[in-house]
Design a protein around this ligand. Structure first.
Ligand SMILES: Nc1ncnc2c1ncn2[C@@H]1O[C@H](COP(=O)(O)OP(=O)(O)OP(=O)(O)O)[C@@H](O)[C@H]1O
Ligand SMILES: [Mg+2]
Length: 485
């Protein structure tokens, strides 16, 4: 049992740890998803805003460049100033490339007059006036090409005569991202700590009722006396259900324990009574001198009767214990029930005759059934014996046998003293006798009906009693014709 207690504790402990881990895991995962999601969408949005802003500036400038024919005549100071302004304002580099891929203007003044052949530039010339924009997340810059479109005067056809190439740094977005990342990390750590605390709280709250239940069970285990035997943990529907089930189990255990104790005390009392009588008889013989032989004989006769009584009790107890064990002890054979009843009556007739009681057997049909003959003989004998014992002078006991396709029925009816209403429910209890003093005269231990009922139940049968005080009693027994294992 100690091990079981440990097991419950370990179970609760591991349940707590699992709950806390689950909370932390859920927190960490959700935090990660939110963090990555927010940072990514911030970056996307910031880049797109910057892109639109620069593109609109670059487009205006590209129009002005095209209008002023800046590609061929770079004397316009206004445009030069605007190019510088754009470059400085966005911390970037602005280049103008002509149709021969030559850099004719570079705000960094590094690559002027050099030839540039990059994918974007080629695409831009091919792109029929389309702008191209690229974001390089690794090196933190946006590069865009805006075509410089000229309209030929004679043909009125448009053609790309050059390209405005703007590349601006996105370091500012990266700085913001860094800041957000560090903030998110702090928040996430705080969230995890909070979730850990919440997890611990929840696990304690959730396991508390189970802990209490384990404690109550422990108290129950330590003996019935220490608690009133009721357990009620009302925190969850499940704990209420378990509590109710355990209470029922406990009540049944207590009932079994009580009946065992009562049985043991009854047995010892019943076994002691004949011994006490014998001791009194023997003592009184030993205490007297010159006891007449007749008195000796009389007392020895009484002692013999007591020994007989003691033997009967022990035999009855042994039959009961045997039947308590299991149905597998049944010795099932096919038995002619009519003959079996006749045999029983043959044995009981002398006893009935001694009390002037008429025994009548009425068989409605021949019956053969699969039964344990010894046990069922004992059961029916007890019923007929009772009919004789608890009868009136010149009374009768009628026994009838009938059957249908499934069962056979034995009815034992007498015109005896009957059983009081409030005693009926007790008559199958071991050692129960309606009128102890009267029964003692008649003789009996109160085990007969307990044995009878056990034997019938072992055959999957049923027994019923109807009785009216002062008028008589009817016992009906129903047994399956074929033994049901
Ligand atoms: N046919 C009956 N008529 C009236 N009372 C009965 C009848 N059968 C049983 N009883 C009552 O039920 C009690 C229990 O019967 P049961 O056969 O178990 O015990 P018993 O006859 O007293 O003793 P045992 O059968 O062990 O020798 C009897 O003592 C008696 O009071
Ligand atoms: Mg009896």
């Amino acid at each position: 049992m100690k091990m079981k207690k440990g097991k419950i504790r370990n179970f609760l402990k591991s349940m707590k740890i699992q709950l806390v881990l689950l909370c932390i895991l859920i927190g960490a995962l959700s935090g990660l998803i939110v963090r990555v999601g927010i940072l990514k969408s911030y970056e996307k949005r910031a880049v797109s805003v910057k892109n639109i802003e620069i593109l609109s500036q670059a487009k205006i400038l590209a129009n002005q460049i095209a209008d002023a024919d800046y590609l061929h005549d770079m004397s316009s100071e206004a445009i030069t100033a605007q190019l510088e302004q754009l470059s400085q304002f966005y911390d970037g580099r602005v280049m103008i490339i002509d149709a021969a891929f030559r850099i004719i203007k570079d705000t960094y003044d590094l690559d002027t007059n050099k030839i540039i052949i990059s994918e974007e530039v080629i695409k831009s010339f091919d792109g029929k006036g389309k702008e191209i924009s690229n974001y390089d997340a690794q090196n933190h810059y946006i590069e865009m090409t805006v075509p410089l479109v000229e309209t030929e005067e004679e043909t009125e056809q448009q053609r790309v005569s050059g390209i405005l190439l703007v590349s601006v740094s996105t370091d500012e977005i990266e700085t913001n991202l860094e800041y957000l990342r560090s903030r998110a990390l702090i928040l996430q750590t705080a969230e995890l700590l909070l979730l850990f605390a919440v997890g611990v709280g929840i696990s304690i709250r959730m396991t508390k009722p189970l802990k209490r239940m384990a404690k109550s069970l422990d108290e129950l285990r330590n003996g019935y006396g220490e608690t009133d035997g009721t357990l009620m943990i009302t925190d969850y529907t499940e704990t209420i259900e378990v509590s109710e089930k355990l209470n029922k189990l406990y009540a049944r255990m207590k009932m079994l324990d009580d009946s065992r104790q009562e049985f043991v005390s009854n047995v010892s009392h019943e076994l002691k009574t004949p011994l006490t009588s014998m001791k009194v008889l023997a003592d009184s013989l030993n205490g007297q001198e010159d006891v007449p032989v007749e008195l000796y004989r009389e007392f020895m006769q009484d002692i013999g009767n007591e020994i007989e009584r003691e033997t009967k009790i022990i035999n009855d107890l042994l039959s009961l214990v045997k039947m308590d064990k299991s149905a597998s002890d049944l010795n099932i054979t096919s038995v002619n029930i009519n003959e079996m009843l006749e045999q029983i009556l043959k044995r009981l007739r002398p006893i009935a005759g001694g009390q002037h009681i008429e025994l009548v057997l009425e068989s409605f049909r021949p019956v053969t059934a699969e039964i344990d003959e010894v046990k069922l003989t004992l059961a029916i004998t007890n019923l007929i014996e009772n009919g004789i014992k608890y009868n009136k002078q010149e009374g009768w006991v009628h026994i009838s046998l009938n059957a249908d396709h499934q069962y056979f029925y034995v009815k034992v009816e007498d015109c005896g003293i009957g059983i009081p209403k409030d005693s009926i429910e007790h008559i199958y209890e071991r050692f129960y006798r309606v009128d102890k003093s009267h029964s003692r005269e008649i003789g009996g231990t109160g085990l007969g009906l307990a044995i009878t009922r056990n034997a019938i139940l072992m055959h999957r049968g049923a027994i019923k009693v109807f009785s009216t005080e002062g008028e008589g009693t009817v016992f009906t027994v129903r047994i399956p014709l074929n033994y049901i294992a």
